[in-house]
Design a binder for this molecule. Structure first.
Ligand code: LRH
Ligand code: MN
Length: 424
């Protein structure tokens, strides 16, 4: 399904009067509004190919209707999101869930939909039906050299797919670890994993990066072989300048100070980027900003401070991606909400009065520092995010457009109610 610009124009003109009132007020309050709007227009968040269908848990999966049944339809759905918010211009593929049937066709479709190929994701956390050896006891860590070799070859195959499509990065998330004390020799598991990552690193083209994604627990529940940012950074430092640490917000132990981790990884020039989502307990993969919006703002506050300290390009020098699962909501509405939350937190971080904050920190004026951040967080920037969308050809209110134009009903008519998307 494609959305024609005329529909969006109609929607925007219906909402223009209300938007203008809100925008004029916001502009009157925000000195650097135009600079913020330009940064928002340049900012894009990649959408995971595995989050366009309904997700589930080990207990149940209540599939939705009109889901994308193949890679082309997944790209159509991301194209639809991008047409509405002009901030979802990239897809991140997961192999083998999304092996392109014809590179030429898929690349042409991406061009038509104005999409780029973000980081590729390997999968050695499941056994594929035609797979020779099982990853039950891990992949790169495995005590069996043949299984480690199988996992290395899979990652190199994923890089090959990415080279054909124009991607520039490989994300390696390993479910490897142990469920019980004594099950695993941690040192050998680390060394086997590092040895395997070195072989994968050696297969990277010169302009590629490898993102080492850590996770505190699940599916292993005693140890994970890449269990926290320190372990991921250890691997990244030992691998070399093309290796970085990827922060998935849901992969931390309760109450971890993620914004401090982010500040230090940027300082060390080893931050790959993000898998944005939100969580209350574990790796809940909930809508971004739906549980801890202040934490998301604090993370973007450290990002803007750290990126500007190093003169990084906000839009292109780090990997921005959502990694969420939609168990009870329409996946496309959920993704629209997640992108909105990211744009709002980024806009607020751009609004922070850095000079005053720095001054308060230097003088240990705790109250002043706190007031600067909290007042910024309590500043409503939705009109600026909407204005950035409007100027970039998007819809002023994507969710309202999606519902008023009965997009899901249209997708069900096109695809039927029974199509199921590959993924989690
Ligand atoms: C692991 C993870 C990883 C993906 C998977 C779908 O929890 O975050 O990034 O490979 O989800
Ligand atoms: Mn992730």
């Amino acid at each position: 399904m494609r959305i024609d610009q005329e529909q969006i124009h109609q929607h925007n003109s219906d909402m223009q009067k209300l938007h203008q009132k809100r925008f004029d007020f916001a502009k009157s309050e925000i000195p650097n509004a135009e600079a913020i709007i330009q940064k928002l227009i340049d900012f894009n968040v990649a959408i995971p190919s595995w989050a366009l269908g309904t997700g589930g848990t080990r207990f149940a999966r209540f599939s939705g209707a009109g889901e994308p049944g193949n890679l082309e339809q997944k790209m159509e759905d991301i194209g639809l999101l991008h047409a509405l918010n002009n901030s979802s211009g990239a897809i991140s593929l997961h192999i083998p869930w999304d092996i392109p049937s014809d590179y030429g066709v898929i690349k042409q479709l991406a061009t038509d939909l104005n999409l780029k190929f973000d980081a590729m994701n390997s999968n050695t956390f499941q056994d594929q039906k035609d797979q020779a050896l099982s990853y039950k006891f891990g992949s790169l860590q495995n005590t069996n050299k043949a299984i480690r070799k199988q996992a290395i070859e899979h990652n190199i195959e994923v890089i090959q797919h990415g080279i054909e499509l124009g991607s520039k990065a490989l994300t390696v998330w390993l479910s490897d670890g142990s469920c019980f004390p004594g099950q695993l020799n941690f040192r050998k598991a680390f060394q086997n994993t590092l040895e395997g990552l070195h072989e994968i690193y050696a297969a990277l083209p010169s302009d590629w990066k490898v993102f080492v994604e850590y996770k505190a627990f699940e599916p292993n529940f005693y140890s994970m072989t890449i269990g926290d940012w320190g372990q991921s950074l250890l691997y990244a430092n030992k691998l070399g300048p093309k290796a970085f640490t990827l922060v998935d917000l849901g992969h931390h132990l309760p109450n971890a100070n993620i914004e401090q981790i982010v500040a230090l990884l940027i300082m060390e020039e080893k931050l790959a980027g993000f898998h944005f989502n939100d969580s209350k307990y574990g790796d809940d993969d909930l809508t971004v900003g739906s549980i801890k919006p202040y934490q998301l703002f604090l993370i973007f506050n450290e990002l803007v401070e750290g990126m500007d300290a190093r003169g990084l390009n906000h839009a292109t020098d780090l990997g921005w991606m959502i990694d969420a699962s939609h168990n009870v909501k329409d996946p496309l509405e959920d993704l629209l909400q997640s992108v909105e939350a990211i744009m709002l937190s980024y806009a607020q971080a751009l609004l922070v009065d850095r000079a005053s904050l720095n001054n308060a920190q230097e003088n240990n004026d705790v109250v002043a520092a706190q007031e600067i951040l909290q007042n910024t967080f309590r500043t409503d920037l939705r009109a600026l995010v909407a204005e950035a969308r409007l100027r970039a050809g998007g819809a002023l209110d994507p969710i309202t457009f999606y519902r008023n134009n009965k997009i899901r009903t249209g997708l069900i008519k096109e695809r039927g109610a029974k199509t199921v998307a590959t993924g989690l």
